[in-house]
Structures are given as C-alpha cells and as structure tokens.
Design a protein around this ligand. Structure first.
Ligand code: C5P
Length: 318
C-alpha cells in the first residue's frame, strides 16, 4: 500500500444568496464558489491496525470524531467495511494553514482530501461524482472542495456546475485570530430575520437558480472581467454577521476604503477578503488595512485564485 500527501485548497464565496429553507432543515442556496491557493497539507499513512487517528498541532483542531477529516475516514470505513477489515486503518496528519472556523471551508477541504486519498490508498476506483456523492453526506461544501476551481453551487451547496476558471486574480484575506462564527448560528439568525422573503415553491426556486446561472456575475466570470466581478460580489449572510460583529463590519469598511476590485465576507465569516487584479495590489491593500487597524489579533493572507480542488502531491510505497 502507499502513503499519500495531498493539497487541500480553501474556498471563498464570490456569491451567496439564500433563496429559501428546505424540509431537511438546510437552506436552498445559489452560490458561486472559488478555490484559492491557500491550502492545508494532508498526509495519509496506512497503519495496519483497525484504528483511524488524526494528528494536528493546531490548538483549535479537534483530533476526535468532531473532526470532519476523521468522519470522512469513518464514512469510508462504513461504506467499504471489508476493505477496511483487510487493509486496516489510517493515520491522518493535518498541516493546518487555512484559518479555522473562518468561512473558508478548511475542515471541508481536509475531509475532501481524506476521501480522495483513501480512494487511492484502497484502490477503490471511485469516480469524482461518486466521491462527491459520499462527500455530500459529510457537509455541504465538501463536494466542491473535491473538484474545486470556479463553480455555481445550488441546492444545499452540493449541486455543482463548473464554470471557466479565474486563475489570474488575487485575494487578500483578513481575520481576527480570536474570532470565529458558527455557520449554523448564521443561517438560523438569517432565517429568524428574513424568512418572510423566502421563496417557497419549487418552481420559483428553480427559476431563481436559472436566473443566477445566466446572470451578470457568471457572465463577468466567463469574460474574465475582474472589475465587474468585484462590483457584483454578494453574500446574504453579511446581513446577520456584520451587525452582530461590529469589528468585522469595521474591517470590511477598511478594506473598501483601501480599494481593490471588491470586498466581501466569505461564507459565514468572519474572514473578509478583497479581490485584487495582481499580487502587488493585494500587498498594497494589506498594508493599508494593517495601517488603519493596528490590532495584533488581526491576521492576513495573500492567495491566488486556483483552478483545482484536491491534488495528490506525492505518494510513496509504505
Ligand atoms: O453542511 P454543513 O455541515 O457545512 O452546514 C453547517 C450548518 O450550516 C448546518 O448545520 C446548517 O445549520 C447551515 N446550513 C444551512 N443550509 C445550507 C448549508 C448550511 O442551513 N445549505
């Protein structure tokens, strides 16, 4: 058997619209998701025992079943019990570079890498769509994290339509180290405040989805019009996250003043990003925001938009 080293990129939302709620308790969404080259590294080693173990030095990353990467291995064990019994368990080592609980799908990316890696390790031969069907059982963002790039995501976020890649743009991201936002809280609060605007019948949900597919942001992405993409960035969750966390609202304002193509909260936050036409512009904006908010708790990252999801970086005979 082989061990594997995988690259698991973070995602940002260029667009997030909450259309309505669903009988399964989730929300009906239309999103445009984008991979960035800020990525975790995942090592998978066959351990020849009947155990799954997670290793990670980051203090906020749990090592037990509450870790989505652990649950991904557990899911493969449940789906392929004979293979697990024959080949044994796996050691999962996470080199955490994506900020935790940040709205960047870091946990989902790690889980996606475990699915892709175990598929190879156990030589299961699952196709990408088959892996994505399994991934949807773990979380709404996990299917996207497998394929990555630029995609329209509908349903809970698990139904994906890839669109042209946007590789030449950059982002500068910032997050208060000590601040995290619960995704479940953000959606629940949104529902309490805005459910009167929800579309309830399936036909209208479908037609709103089609409108976004043929709408101006998708067209701007296809034409690689960075300036227009920046103007059309949108995230409905800003309506609940920004009032609740005034320091995030101030951070967003500082980003807007600094320029760039556009600024947005990513997912349920609290990461704010500015879309930039170059690495130089991203550096410049980082400098300006750092100058405007001199708080040592505020961390920054620069990343390029990426066209790939999970990548196997290397494998070695074990
Ligand atoms: O799917 P995932 O576990 O990542 O979602 C986290 C939480 O976000 C869910 O428990 C749910 O409260 C909320 N959510 C939602 N509708 C979606 C996706 C997530 O309400 N489409």
């Amino acid at each position: 058997m082989h061990s594997y080293s995988l690259i698991a990129p973070a995602k940002i939302n260029l667009y997030l619209e909450i259309i309505g709620d669903r009988p399964d308790g989730y929300h009906e969404l239309v999103m445009i998701l984008q991979s960035i080259d800020l990525a975790d590294r995942i090592e998978l080693y066959p351990n020849g025992t009947q155990k799954i173990r997670v290793h990670c030095h980051h203090p906020q990353v749990p090592l037990d079943q509450s870790n989505l990467a652990y649950r991904a291995a557990q899911l493969m064990r449940e789906e392929f019990p004979d293979t697990f019994a024959n080949l044994g368990g796996v050691e999962i080592t996470i080199d955490k570079r994506i900020p935790v609980a940040a709205g960047l799908a870091g946990g989902s990316a790690d889980a996606a890498a475990v699915l892709v890696g175990i598929n190879q390790m156990w030589q299961l031969g699952l196709t990408q769509p088959e892996l994505q069907t399994l991934a949807a059982k773990l979380g709404s963002d996990v299917p996207f994290c497998i394929s990555g790039g630029t995609a329209i995501a509908t349903g809970r976020g698990e139904q994906l339509d890839p669109i042209d890649d946007l590789e030449n743009l950059w982002v500068v991201l910032a997050k208060y180290r000590s601040l995290s936002v619960s995704t479940a809280w953000a959606y629940q609060t949104y529902k309490q405040q805005f459910s009167n605007s929800y579309i309830s019948d399936a036909k209208n949900v479908q037609s709103r989805t089609v409108q976004v597919h043929s709408g101006p942001l998708v067209s701007a992405i296809i034409h690689k019009d960075g300036a227009l993409i920046g103007k059309l960035l949108h995230n409905d969750l800003e309506k609940v996250v920004l009032p609740e966390f005034p320091q995030v609202a101030k951070l967003r304002e500082a980003f807007e003043r600094a320029g760039g193509l556009g600024t947005l909260l990513s997912g349920s936050g609290p990461t704010i990003f500015a879309l930039c036409e170059s690495q130089g512009q991203a550096e410049e904006i980082k400098g300006q925001v750092r100058g405007a908010i001199a708080d040592p708790d505020l961390e920054f990252w620069l990343a390029r938009l990426a066209s790939t999801g999970i990548q196997v970086a290397s494998s070695a005979k074990h």
